[in-house]
Write a new protein. Sequence first.
Length: 114
Amino acid sequence: MMDCIFCKIIKKEIPSQIVFEDDEILAFKDINPMAPVHILLIPKKHISDITEISSDDAELIGRIHVTAVKIAKDLGIDQDGFRLVNNCKKHGGQEVFHLHFHLIGGRKLGAFAG
Ligand code: 5GP
Ligand code: ZN
């Protein structure tokens, strides 16, 4: 999608610090990290938010989770644990409308509900 900042990151029109990439998935460091590890995992296909996924996307969404765990292991945060978060729309605090999952860790995180 033309004006989507994450689509521009996928096309390398905007630089990012990529930690994983394959045909369907990109993972890169969040520009404003809230913990020592803060990675965003996105599908390369533009999906605006998680309410837009269909059963056709089930494998892709599963692979994003498998990839998140691989990255957590690579970065050494799998033993202490981490948070994998999707913010959906206004009440969920979503700011970028290209589906993404936050992988956050490297410190003890606070209580979840905000
Ligand atoms: P949301 O609030 O939509 O769940 O999260 C959007 C995330 O994208 C935020 O944590 C924000 O810091 C991050 N972000 C926004 N613009 C950019 C960017 O241009 N590059 C990178 N790496 N992260 C971004
Ligand atoms: Zn997009």
